[in-house]
Design a protein around this ligand. Sequence first.
Ligand code: SIN
Ligand code: MN
Length: 280
Amino acid sequence: MSTSTVIGGTRSELKSAYERDGSCALPYRFDDASVELLRRRVADISGRRRPEVVHEKDSDVVRAIHGCHEFDDVCAALVRHPMLVEIAETLIGGPVYVYQFKVNLKQAREGAAWPWHQDYAFWSEEDAMPRPDAVNFAIPLDDVHEENGPLVVIPGSHTMGLFDLPDKSADTASDWRRHVSNDLAYTVDEARAQRLIAENGTSTILGGAGSLHAFHPSIVHSSSNNRSADRRALLLITYNAVANAPANPTRPAFLVGRDTTPITGCHDERLGLLPVSDPA
Ligand code: SIN
Ligand code: MN
């Protein structure tokens, strides 16, 4: 097992590392004030009863909140951060829009696991996204360590296509709640995941609050239950290539962004991003 390392250097080095491994830490982090502001917005949204707020199974514990960039001004500013937009355009290779925005909260002791899966399985099968020409940015809002359910990826698995898709003839769209719960509709078989791990190892996305990481839509990944007393809130933004927008998405708009206008970077003084020279 390894932990993801920060890639410095040029944008082309960053792109090469991302294309080779399917994930990397980026050489920036949001400052403490920005993280605190985002945490406050997340706490406020989590307390609301609206479809975008999803709970753990049979529980009042909030598992995730979705689509917040559509109704919260700080989240809206975040997705327009010039550096995020620029890196997304670099990694995808053209103009981008926001496909998905979510915060997986993984509450202390109660946050449940995400089984092995590939995000692109959902986007391909449910939304008919043509190609995996998208990128996930992950921004922890809490320090992430081995015990609070970090994201674990299998390096290189993003180049191997989609695994274990259900028989299409068995039909149609699944209930979107199975795209955001512990009982995922599209998973990678455990034995297959173990074989992939034996060949490729794993990389654990650890990092302080405010750190910034990228991972590919097709990379096989999972995360375990939160066994610790520390919450692990992980904010995830998916940028998709404008040229790769699904033609007729049917899932709720808080899961599949409908506005495919190319996003342009816009600085907001409430969100400060600092360069990181030392990965530790
Ligand atoms: C997690 O929050 O640990 C899972 C995130 C994901 O599967 O995209
Ligand atoms: Mn995922």
